[in-house]
Each structure stands twice: as structure tokens, then as C-alpha cells.
Write a protein that binds this ligand. Sequence first.
Ligand code: BGC
Length: 807
Amino acid sequence: MNSWQFGFQDFDPDDEGRREALCTLGNGYFATRGAAPESTADDVHYPGTYIAGCYDRLTTDVADREVEDESLVNMPNWLLLTFRIDDGPWFDLTHVDVLDHEQELDLERAILVRRLRFRDERGRTTRYVQRRFVHMAEQHLAGLDTTLVAEDWSGSVTFRSGIDGHVTNSGVARYRTLNTQHLTDHHSYESTSDTVVLHARTSQSRVRVAEAGRARVFVDGEPVDAERSLIQQNDLIAHSVTVHVERGSEVRVEKIASVHTSRDAASTEPVVEAVDEVRCAPGFDELCRSHALAWSRLHREFHCGLSMSEDAQRSVRLHLFHLLQTISPHSSDLDVGVPARGLHGEAYRGHVFWDELFVLPTLTLRRPLLARSLLMYRYRRLDRARRAAAAAGLPGAMFPWQSGSNGREESQRVHLNPRSGRWLPDRTYLQRHVGIAIAHNIHHYHRATGDDEFLGEFGAEVLLEITRFFAALTHYDRSRDRYVIRGVVGPDEYHTGYPDHERPGIDNNAYTNIMTAWLCRTAAQVLRELPAERRHELIEQLELRHGEVDRWKRIAQRMFVPFHGDGIISQFEGYDRLAELDWDGYRQRYGDIQRLDRILEAEGDDPNRYQASKQADVLMLFYLLSADELAELLGGLGYPMPADTIPNNIQYYLQRTSHGSTLSAVVHAWVLARSRRHQALEFFDHVLAADIHDTQRGTTSEGIHLAAMAGSVDLLQRCFAGIEVLDGALRLNPLWPTELGDLELTIRYRGQPLNITVTGRTATVRTAPGPAQQPITCACGPRTVQLGPGETAHFSLEQHPWKPDSS
Ligand code: BGC
């Protein structure tokens, strides 16, 4: 297998969920899990099709209260295709003697291939090959091509090909007690002799979805007018097609499907569009060609080559592949955010968290329009966030911790601990820091792209309203002569309150406080730098008073930051007074303690009692801010930052973190990269392995971890290669781990495609040839050069060698 191939041998029912998620095919508009086409949801299989941004709400009685949940809806299964030989049973992999089984995801052409050879109960040997795609250029189209070879028998084969609308959202075991039936009002019909159609609508959001499937049959390459019958129920429709095959001959069923909804652009009505689309669609092979062509462009734009390690290269390719299947060029026309688990499963119900913080940099440096459209998802929900702030008695915009269709807070208020079986209050919605992430993304997007139009028209307004909210969240504490923030939750979700206290939330989460100071500074600066006319307009529109901006400036100078010990930034006020956890004891007893919160609760204990974090919290500061930026920020607050602050804090929290979120490994690899390279590479390996090896044991089958996937690429580009955009220049500060071989990547900076190669402390930047345009500024160390199209610059920091750490 080369690094463009990812796959599995044999059939392992226990592992099928993970494989389905990892073999999901999608195009940003919709995605379908890599489930076997003959399967329906059961203990092994979970066919799932999800359309970006298609949510629905359902109410359930849970633990004596009514709970309303919004979920990304599992749509009708267009894959449905099965067969039987003569009058034998319908094909079931577990009832035949499997001679060969192989599933290969061709990452280059974006095709999933399944190769099977089996002997049935009557001793007949059959070869079966299936290929499928979800078209990257034609966003509504997908194809499934099935070839069956009768190796040593002759007889009739009946294929059943159709659309199964009998689906629910039941992919995540712990949500199954909730209401799961989102689709209603199913109708189906046969539109032509080879095409079936099924349409339905979501129950509350009333999105109408229509799917059409066209099936054509070929024997030994020739189309045949096979005998067909129609199977029609309200929520399932299929054609049964019977053909005669001679020993050694080959029968092929080519299925082309289309998926449309009432949310689509350029659409009169979804059923009309779905039927039209399959009627006009060419055959499977022709569609494969245009599909591969669309992907080849994306592969060029997102090229990220590691010369040494084929395994690492394959993982990075897989990560980019799933990133682009979730957020694709089609996304810029859709009103969608970054679903934490991709379009690959139902964990977190397809909700949008702060994870775009880890996803945007990879997109911004290649397809800035995509990053912009993800930011527009937030802009469109600004009014909702204003209303949420107002409901909390505060001005400005309070963005929800979990967002879905309209930007309402979608966090669950109770969650199930599968270990204890108990439903528990969930206070993670108090993660107000999501607003800081949105503001940070806006600022960085603007810095990287120079997109003044976006900032002026949309970004600044969001950023100012978020700042207004955070400023109002702070209280002036006279006794300290400092501003404080009480009752929030930081990125570490284990701490949602003080032990034995009724009041939810913790006080003065250092990350939230320091980033609030950053926000107040940044907002004042953004306002200052806006063109005068736009600045005045915004001030007038937002009724921004002088005193308010002055208060931001004061907060940026007098925000409280808790410390303890020798320069340790306390994760929150009182963190140091919590008990120390017996980490070794827990590891010995439980092995995997990533979900320490569930373990402790099941023991009748409470994670709030311990100095134990789920994920990077204080260390997020070193991830988002450079050492200089942080020192300046803390200095401005009157807290000097001695040189050993960063290593001491890393050491302190490293020992107290269970890495129960895949984001944690991304942040730890980042913050260790320049001091303890070996450890950084270990964390980088964890990031690469997170889904591929399902290191959280059982979570990948419920959807990929998109932020970790995108984060792995960002570690290569911005962390190890040290690429950043600052002060109108592309800056490189490579500290490339040669263990990974050389790096070669393409990015786009200020409209100019660049090819960058990096190894050790050297980098070469080549601009693509093209029509003359403004040269770009590239800098590395003390050297700055201007590069026009078709030019090359070599940089070396060899005179600043990296000193290896002792670890
Ligand atoms: C993490 C959050 C993250 C969410 C979605 C949680 O486990 O703690 O930081 O946003 O997953 O990825």
C-alpha cells in the first residue's frame, strides 16, 4: 500500500463502526459512512448519510424533565444494494465463507473499493467488487458500482437496489433512549423504469429531502433490459432486477444517486431536482473521472508531503481527505460551521463547538474563502448571540458553546455517564470562551489574508460585540483593584464548579481571563484601525460609548490572573487547593483514564475535587499566543513573565492532564515542539493515531475528530515549519523534526500559490509562475525578501542551531 491508500483486510464485526467512519465519503454538501451497501443499522453496521447543516429538534422526557435536542439528521440511505443467487438467502457476509475481504480507500481518487470473494452454503464461489464515490464536483451526486463474477456456477442473480428511508438517529448508544425519529412524511415512487425516488421531511425543522436512485445492469459489459419488479413501502423503495449469469461471466449494477433538500440554492423543489439530476447524470466511470479531477485540484492546493515516513504521510493525507470532505469548496455556498465530528457520525449531534479554532488555519492558508464562509456562519448568528447575552442580562454577543441550526445554545443540560448509567447535570455550556475563539479566528483570518472587506463589513462587528460581552462579564474587584470573571468553565471540561458548591462554574479561569485582556486590547486596536467612515458607522450602529472602550483598555491592564507556587498560572482560582489525584493508582486500576471524569463519577467521586484536567487549559495560552505576545500581555497586566514560566507551567500541567479530548494532544505537541522535541513528536503521533487507531476506544465509530485531523496539518505548517503571517509578511521560523524527513507543502498567500520545502532549520519558498502581480514579502530570521511570480528564495537559520533538550 502506498501513502494514498488506506484500507483494511478481513472483516471484523467489532471494528466495523470505526471502519465505516474512516471510510466515509463526502463532498462538504453531504457524506455517507463507509457501511456495507447490503447492511441496515444493527449491532455491527450503521449506514449514515448526513447533509451539512440539516438539523432537526426532538423532545424526550429524560430524568423527569423534558429535553429538546437538536441533531444533524441521518438521511435516507441511498446505498441500499443487495443480492441473492437463485432463490437463496439475501447476501449476508456473516453467513458465507469469506475467502477474501478487502476494503481500500483510494485517497487520491476518493473512491472506496470493497473486494470480496466468498463461498456460499451451496459451495458456489463468487467474486464481488464494489466501488463508490460521493462526487466532489457535482455536490448532489453519488455512485455505487457493483460487479459480481460467478466463478464456478451458473444461475440467476437478483439485485435489490433502492433507497431506505427507514432510518433513525441511533448511531450513538448513549443517545438511544432519546427520541430518534427525525424523518417523517415519507413518500416514494418510481420515476422511470430504472429510477426510484424517496422523499421525506424532518419533523420540526421541516427540511424536505429527496433522493433518487438510478440502477442500470450490464452483463459482460453489455447493458441488459433485465426483468424488474418494484418493492415499495412508504419509507423504502427499491427495484428488484433478475439476470441470468453463466459460469465465469460478470454482471454489473451501476447505481447513481442524487440527494437534494429544500435548503438548496438554485433549486425549484427537491424531488424535481433529484429526479432531474439522475436522469441527466452520465455513467459511473465518466463521473469517476470528473470526480477525480475535482480532487486532483484539491490535492494540489492542499499538498503536504512528508518524505520520510510513509505511515505519517498516509495519516496526513487521510486527515486532509476527511477535512475536505467535511469542509469542501461547496461549503462556501452553504450556511455551515465546523461540526466537531465531521459528517461522519452522530456524536455531539453534529454540533459546532470552538473546534474551528484548530481547523481554520489550514483552510485560511489555502482556500481563504472557505475560512471566510465558516466565519460567516457565526456572523449570521450574531443576533441570536446578542439575544442570548441579553437574556443573561449582559450586552454584546454571547455565542453558544454548542451551535447548530440557528445559533441557539444546543448544549445538553443533562448527560449520561455510560459507566454509571446516571443522568447528570451538564454545565459545560458555561464555556463562554467559545466567543474568544471566534474573535481570535476573525483576527487571525484578517491578519493572514488582509481581507479588509470582510473585517469592515462583518468581522469587526462580531469581534466588537464579543468584546462587549466579555467586558461586561468582568467585575471590578475593589479589594484587588482588578477585574475578575466568575462562574465560567474553561477549556478543561472536568471542572464545572467547586467541590460541594451548588453554584455552577469556576472563578477566574486563567485562560478566559488572559484571553479577555487580549480581546479587549485587540478590539480597541481593530476599532482604531478601521477606515474612519466604517469606524463611525459601527460606533453609531452599536451605540459604542467612549467609556466602554476606555473600560476595555482598563481591563487589558487590570485583569486578574491567578498564580500559585513558583510562577504557576493557576488554571482557575483555587485550583491549587484541590486534592492531588493518585495518577499512578488510577492508571494501574483502570489502564485507560482518558475519561477520568466518568471513572470518578461512577466511583461516587467528583473530578471537581482534583487537580486533574481533561485537556490543555492554561497551556492553550502558549498555543494561541507566542511567548513574546504573552509576555507583553502579562506585562501589560502588571505580571512579569520570567523566562521559565512557559516550561514550568508545561511541566506542571503535563502531569495533571488525562488528555480526554483529542485536542489536548494537538496543543501539547505544539507547546512542546520548541523545547522537548521528542515529547512533542510523541504527542504528534497521538494526534495522527487518534482516529486511525481509535485511541479514545470507541469514539471514532461515532464520527471523526475533525479538529485533531486538521490540527495535525497545522502542527506541520505553523508549528514545526514555523510559518506565520505577521505584519504583512510571510514569516518562516523552521524547526523541522528531521525524523519526519523533509516537508513540502503548498499554500496560498495573498492570492499567490507558494511551494515551500522545509528541513531542519532551512526553508525554500517558490512562487508559482504567473502574470505579474504585487511581489509578496517573505522573511526568515533577519532576512526579508520580495518574491514575484516564478521566483525562489532559500532561507537558513543554521547559524541559530536548535539545542536538543535532555528528554
Ligand atoms: C472537548 C471540547 C471540544 C469538543 C468537541 C470535547 O471533548 O472537551 O474542547 O470542543 O469535545 O470536539
